[in-house]
Design a protein around this ligand. Sequence first.
Ligand code: UD1
Length: 370
Amino acid sequence: MAEVLVAVGARPNFMKAAAVVAAAENAGLACTLLHTEQHYDDRLSRVFFEELGLRRPDISLGVRSGSHAVQTARVMLGFERELLRVDPAFVVVVGDVNSTLACALVAAKEHYPVAHVEAGLRCWDARMPEEVNRRLTDHLSQLLFTTSEDANANLEHEGIDGDRVAFVGNTMIDTLLAHLDRARERDAPHRFGLERHAYAVATLHRAENVDDPVVLSRLVAALAAVSQLLPVVAPLHPRTRSRLEAHGLSQLTGKVILTEPLGYLDFVGLVENAALVLTDSGGLQEETTALGVPCLTLRDSTERPVTVTHGTNVVVGTDPVRIVAAARHALEDPPQPVSLPPLWDGHTGGRIAGRISAAIVKEDAFVPAA
Ligand code: UD1
């Protein structure tokens, strides 16, 4: 019997799961890797498995894109079938995407214990689908692994029993540290014709930023203005590319260098050597903090306050005037990281595997979460 069923679905899940699967297998736990295929493009999925040494999924659900309800329901239907067949001792879900919640919900209803990696993050903006996913997943889980102590406080505030919560650090940073040398060897800035520490990297993909043409046009105008200060390279999520085209905004991008989505190693290589990152990604706020690269978050809030208090992150919102002013300021007087957040040390996967092993040994892991 497989002991642990690890479920992944979308790009940011793969870095986190890679650290968990490697550590679990080292600890002697058999893992079954299930991919919902919420992300199915090779550039959002296959390349990460190859570069992160994550083995091919044992099970693929072929869910692909759809409305929130359609996508979530398809994951639930496929996951229920496979969960009952595999019959694991534990289900591990990571992050806050639709697949995370869908798998956790099915597992809880079938009385399988769920471990949530990256629990307790809150931005307090319930309009974000990720906030709904993370809140509900936490309340369905028996083991909640947090990346920062503010997340423990959030969970306590929501009445979640502290015995279920373990502050373990950040699996995203495990994977970053494990692959940094290989990323450096590829010398991505040189291959993209960019001078080290003299360019910016930008990413945008959040629904609230790219689906509304008014917000998207303001953000594109902001990036175009920043590209007057230094070259801006922007690997485009397919969602963003299609929205730019659908809203007729492609011509507004000015001197911004648009690329296809990049693999993990080239992207990390570009970010490490950037003078500035502008993003709405959660993972990138964490990676820039670990790498000491100035980061402007193009949202009104962050669920990762430790990247502001300890790291290089400044939350600037979506107003172009404010973004350009913050970019100028960050280039002239780059924010210095205070310190690496506690336990962002490359050993989080091992702590998670140890805690899951102990829970399996206890055999009483399933206690209804609510
Ligand atoms: C999802 C997550 C988001 C995460 C992001 C990372 C949810 C609600 N959102 O957003 O939290 O930060 O992944 O990338 O789970 N598409 C493709 N190819 C793919 C996948 C998607 O072209 O392989 C396009 C499709 O047009 C699709 C759109 O992107 O409709 C949105 O995909 P979806 O999985 O719904 O959300 P993401 O925006 O990728």
